[in-house]
Design a protein around this ligand. Structure first.
Ligand SMILES: *Cc1c(COP(=O)(O)O)cnc(C)c1O
Length: 382
């Protein structure tokens, strides 16, 4: 088949399954409101859970950083890009989360690729929760290591997979808060199963960091575990962009030798590192606590109002499982007509037959926003 025929066929298949993806140009997409074509929508699609993307102190830190360092880092951290701003941020992260070291990455996607590629080899086994994020599963499938997937949040199934004989090492992979379901992993059970199998645990807490746990330290602190590898990302609750891997001294030194995403890629701008430091300061403060409390109250309000329609998720991610792709798209369109911006999530992002509206609540919302969303959902039901 020619290149053109192959591409046309792939697109046709997606179209026929109502699974074609496209983007919408928005004037502004994070924060309480989303603007498109001059129209204002209440934004229930952003991962900016604490509303920090528009925080004046975070914005000012980025501006100050740009004045001081310019807008780019100028190179890989291994060459000339690793500034005092990056160094300070890594130290703050390690101290905050209780690890010897933190290493910055340009994104969570890159961090997951880099860590899994650098650590795992041919004789090893990666045992990942079935609903792990695409960045984790893709990294695992590219690795020469064996990939096994355990049933979602099922530590007993994990134990069974870990028990099968192997010459190499085992890396268990899961998330703190799952991105499409909003539920939390049973980290204590998973950590115990991993330890008993002499494996290492990687927890990707993209949706937990800043938002859950004491001081916003995330899912691992909330459940009292310290995985060998903790991935935190900064594009969600932290309100900016980027990621970090928290680990031991030796693992950090090892990644600096072997993680190609670090060595052959331009480091994030120093100004971004300064914005991240400012955001962490807010997360750590009384104001951060107030934002988390406000978010929790809004989540409770939504869940009470939605009744049996919601899942067990207690997090800011409140999926309404619709099932059928077309129906999910129609419902999202209905909500948009009514001024509520909600995204329909379809397979392959989620398992077949579980298309859903992925509703996210943030501390930037007000009670009336939640009430309006519930009202529109009620109308849609009729
Ligand atoms: C969003 C997400 C990522 C990717 O992080 P980016 O910084 O956006 O690249 C990785 N893992 C999980 C679980 C995520 O939800």
């Amino acid at each position: 088949m020619s290149w053109q025929a192959r591409i046309d066929r792939a697109l046709d298949e997606r179209r026929a399954a109502s699974a074609l993806r496209s983007r919408r140009v928005v004037e502004q997409g994070a924060g309480r409101y989303l603007f498109q074509d001059g129209k204002r929508f209440c934004n229930f699609s952003s991962n900016d859970y604490l509303g920090l993307s528009h925080h004046p102190e975070v914005i000012r830190a980025w501006q100050t950083g740009a004045d001081r360092f310019g807008v780019g880092s100028g190179g890989s951290g291994h060459v000339s890009g690793y500034t005092t701003a990056h160094h300070a941020l890594e130290a703050e992260l390690a101290d905050w989360l209780g690890y010897p070291r933190a290493l910055l990455f340009i994104s969570g996607f890159a961090a997951n690729q880099a860590v899994i590629a650098a650590l795992t080899g041919k004789y090893d086994r990666i045992v990942a929760d079935k609903l792990s994020h695409a960045s984790l599963l893709e990294a695992a499938s590219h690795s020469p290591a064996q990939l096994r997937r355990f049933a979602h949040n099922d530590a007993a199934h994990l134990r069974t997979l870990l028990a099968s004989p192997l010459n190499g090492q085992q890396l268990v992979v899961t998330e703190g808060v799952f991105s499409m379901d909003g539920d939390s992993a049973p980290l204590v059970e998973i950590a115990r199963a991993t330890r008993e199998a002499s494996g290492w645990l990687l927890v990707d807490d993209a949706h937990g960091i800043g938002v859950t746990g004491p001081g916003g330290r995330g899912s691992c602190h909330a459940q009292g575990i310290a995985p060998e590898l903790l991935i935190v990302t900064f594009g969600k609750g932290v309100g900016v962009s980027g990621a970090a891997v928290l680990c031991s001294e030796a693992v950090a030194d090892y990644l600096l030798q072997f993680a190609r995403h670090l060595i052959y890629s331009t480091l994030m701008p120093p100004a971004q590192a300064m914005a991240l430091s400012a955001s962490l300061k807010v997360i750590n403060s009384g104001e951060g606590e107030q934002r988390r409390e406000k978010l929790a109250a809004l989540i409770g309000r939504f869940r009470r109002g939605a009744g049996t329609r919601v899942t067990a998720s207690q997090s800011a991610i409140q999926p309404l499982i619709v099932g059928d792709n077309d129906r999910a798209l129609r419902l999202a369109e209905w909500l948009r007509q009514a001024g509520c911006w909600v995204t329909a999530i379809r397979p392959p992002t989620v398992p077949p037959g579980t298309a859903r509206l992925r509703i996210t609540l943030t501390a930037a919302h007000e009670e009336q926003d939640v009430d309006r969303l519930l009202e529109v959902l009620d109308d849609a039901g009729e």
